[in-house]
Design a protein around this ligand. Structure first.
Ligand code: ADP
Length: 333
């Protein structure tokens, strides 16, 4: 079985965009591949954050992922495998400053910081973030990494770094990870469907998967359908987004019937919204039940993830033993 590796930052709530765009795909991949998924808390330290919130969000993300169907044996917390940082140091020494300077995400995130604060602190962690990501991937000898377009450049860097390491130390040691592109829906903000659903835009711009069901219904029912500037004869982004949600939830019967109404000019947006609200709540309901079950025995779940992280760590430690040998570092006892 081929190895798949992916990580998600513990950034708080999980929204429908995260679920349909990433997590649902992760759940499915478990059937086909040997999957290893990390809650990458080291990565979350690259932007301003609070210690208590980070720890809380890390566990929250673990519970969300388990509730969505990620198997506990496939899940680890990145900082419980400190070898990621060790490998990241070694890889940083075969990554050039120039390569890192070309990473567009660094520029985007820096711009984001300066948007709110002219004197914003830009950490060097943010600059070397792609090296830690390369370590995350290479340490488990991943064959495939499910990526969105925004992460493609970082994966390219991981491949380049693997190649350079192998050349420098004279052995085809690291695999060259390949992107695994899966067509996943892009979900738009219900409050402004010209933008992607995202937490960074604020609360009304995302639908929280584990929030109150009533709030989910309300947000869908008040979703913007007409942005006012859609050319005649074209479907507005808000309406497209509602149809996309029906499709993402797998309710194709309702999708096709309502689409036929739309084409015949007979669609009532209130009917569409009613159906979407019903479908989303029905999809989310069992996930929320599972989440409540997991929370009823928090300690046991946490112990299980400590255990799976320790198991996964053994693979990382083996890689580090071999890397120490290849790179001239002294072996550990
Ligand atoms: P956010 O900060 O809004 O939670 P992230 O940028 O941390 O989103 O993304 C986490 C994962 O969710 C990524 O794999 C990303 O591609 C996916 N994702 C985020 N927003 C959306 C969206 N609106 N539609 C589809 N996928 C999304």
């Amino acid at each position: 079985m081929k190895n798949v590796l992916s990580g998600i930052q513990p950034t708080g709530d999980m929204h429908l965009g995260n679920y349909f765009g990433a997590v649902q795909n992760w759940v499915r991949l478990q059937e086909q591949y040997h999957c290893t998924y990390g809650v990458v808390d080291y990565h979350s330290m690259t932007m301003p954050y609070k210690a208590d919130t980070l720890r809380e969000n890390t566990w929250k993300m673990v519970f969300y992922l388990l509730a969505c169907g990620i198997k506990s044996e496939n899940l680890f917390i990145q900082s419980l495998v400190p070898e990621h940082v060790e490998l990241s140091w070694v890889l940083g020494c075969v990554t050039s400053y120039g390569e890192l300077s070309r990473m567009t995400q660094f520029k985007d995130k820096t711009d984001q910081l300066f948007e709110t604060d002219n004197d914003a602190f830009v950490s060097s962690g943010l600059f070397v973030y792609p090296v830690l990501q390369a370590a995350d991937i290479l340490i488990y000898h991943a064959d495939y990494v499910p990526v969105g377009k925004d992460q493609q450049q970082h994966l390219e860097l991981s491949r380049d770094v693997a190649h350079r390491f192998n050349r420098q130390f004279g052995k085809e040691y690291f695999r060259h990870p390949e992107p695994l592109f899966t067509e996943t829906p892009k979900i738009l903000s219900p409050a402004d469907p010209t933008k992607k659903m995202s937490k960074s835009l604020g609360e009304k711009h995302y639908i929280n998967l584990f929030g109150e069901e009533d709030r989910i219904r309300k947000q869908i029912k008040s979703a913007v359908t007409d942005t006012g500037d859609t050319p005649a004869g074209q479907m507005s982004p808000g309406v497209q987004n509602l149809f996309e949600l029906l499709r993402a939830c797998g309710n194709l019967t309702a999708h096709d019937a309502l689409m036929a109404d739309y084409r015949a000019g007979a669609l009532k947006y209130s009917d569409l919204k009613e159906e979407v609200a019903h479908t989303v709540v029905a999809l989310v309901h069992p996930l929320r039940e599972r989440y409540a079950e997991l929370n009823a025995d928090k300690r046991a779940v946490k112990a299980q993830i400590q255990e799976s992280s320790a198991e996964i760590r053994k693979r990382a430690q083996q890689t580090m033993r071999e890397v120490r040998e290849l790179t001239g570092l002294v072996g550990m006892k």
